[in-house]
Design a protein around this ligand. Structure first.
Ligand SMILES: *Cc1c(COP(=O)(O)O)cnc(C)c1O
Length: 391
């Protein structure tokens, strides 16, 4: 594998991982094949024993998927990447690879809802217990750690409140207790934040979001080094939550425009946040790029951009929030995010609808809260579309 550490992100995103065949193709080829053939019995034996690297079977070795893996690993500054069939499969593979009965996980409370269900309803069945703490409540993280704690898990910025955690500080905490820090880097992507540089051990991606960025496919990835990523790969090889070659190719093409897209997502989100903050019917705006954000300084230090996701509270509760949502003419009403198309969501009745009133209050999910994932449309049009229902 070529050493990409000397190159800038934009170059890596376009070039890393490409291995041309003898056909001289410019774009990366798709290899839709389940298995691979060998020149001889000896070569087959060498491939299976691991003495010789190379393709065997697409559950765990496919050239298109490998190109995506090498490119994303280079972008994150990681040794190796394991691509998976979805973001959830990435989290599953990480936990199945690294945990056993009796182990303990400390996780941020503000994580993707399905991840919470995976921890509470499924890993718990195998006697892996999880405690949830406030994302930036560092004392609570420390207090929750036990001798059996193997993993600390978080997303930063959080969704939909855009709270930020100090990755370096939590990596140090994890390592003092012989645990690993796993960061779901879905919202920033390596274009804006590189958690491995800050001490994290493994990175999770839902490639479904910004890595593709065009709403075309479901996929995921784990990036890291050493025994940890080998354990994740081992699980994938045995259990098969594998990325398909077709999806690998889509994500590969997504990566090529990642930095350009993220730049515009950040620009549009900042302009939108600033406009919202000046509206009389808006109570609060949550966006790390605003000076009013409580962790604006940390965000500036830790990220190279503030992201495309923001939320705001409109005066008048659920009725007013729904009026904003229903007033839009082109912004997509959907729970998805990280798309070229702007999306709008009412967390209290959708993504966070299953929470009790008490849990919602604790998470800041009030009835007037609206979440927007700023897309790549013209910012004046986005603002005009939101203005309609805002009164
Ligand atoms: C969407 C999402 C996931 C799950 O990814 P899928 O590709 O839908 O399985 C995990 N983490 C975060 C932060 C997400 O937004």
């Amino acid at each position: 594998m070529h050493d990409w550490s000397e190159y800038e992100l934009e170059t890596i995103a376009v070039r890393a991982g490409q291995h041309r065949t003898n056909e001289g193709e410019q774009s990366e080829p798709i290899f839709p094949t389940s298995s691979f053939t060998f020149a001889s019995a000896a070569e087959a034996a060498a491939r299976f024993s691991g003495a010789e690297p190379g393709n065997i079977y697409s559950r765990f070795t496919n050239p298109t998927v490998r190109t995506f893996e090498e490119r994303l690993a280079a972008l994150e500054g990681g040794e190796r990447c394991v691509a998976t069939s979805s973001g959830m499969a990435a989290i599953l593979s990480t936990c199945m690879g690294l945990l056993k009965a009796g182990d303990h996980v400390v996780s941020s409370r503000s994580i993707f809802g399905t991840t919470t269900i995976l921890f509470n309803n499924f890993f718990a069945k195998f006697e892996v217990e999880t405690d949830f703490v406030g994302l930036s409540d560092y004392e609570a993280w420390e207090a929750a750690i036990r001798p059996e704690t193997k993993l600390l898990f978080l997303e930063t910025p959080s969704n939909p409140m855009t709270e930020i955690a100090d990755i370096r500080r939590l990596a140090d905490l994890a390592h003092r207790h012989d645990a690993l820090l796993v960061v779901d880097n879905c919202f920033c992507t390596p274009a804006l934040q590189r958690p491995l540089d800050l001490g994290a051990d493994l990175i999770i991606h839902s490639a479904t979001k910004y890595l593709d960025g065009q709403g075309r496919a479901i996929g995921g990835a784990v990036v890291g080094g050493g025994e940890a990523i080998e354990a994740v790969y081992s699980f994938l090889r045995s259990a098969g939550p594998t990325m398909s070659p077709f999806n690998g190719w889509i994500f590969l093409k997504g990566l090529e425009t990642l930095s350009l897209r993220m730049e515009r997502h950040c620009d549009n989100a900042l302009k939108l946040a600033q406009w919202l903050e000046a509206q009389p019917n808006v109570e609060t705006v949550f966006y790390p790029g605003l000076a009013s954000h409580p962790q604006h300084e940390l965000a500036k230090r830790q990220q190279s951009g503030f992201g495309g996701l923001l939320s705001f509270v409109v005066k008048g509760g659920k009725e007013a929030a729904w009026r904003v949502i229903d007033g839009t003419q082109f912004i997509s009403i959907t729970a998805n995010l990280g798309d070229t198309k702007s999306t709008i969501t009412h967390p209290a009745t959708t993504t966070h609808g299953r929470l009790s009133d008490e849990q919602k209050l604790e998470a800041g999910i009030v009835d007037g809260l609206v979440r927007v994932s700023a897309g790549l449309e013209n910012i004046d049009d986005i603002i005009a579309d939101l203005k309609r229902g805002l009164g």
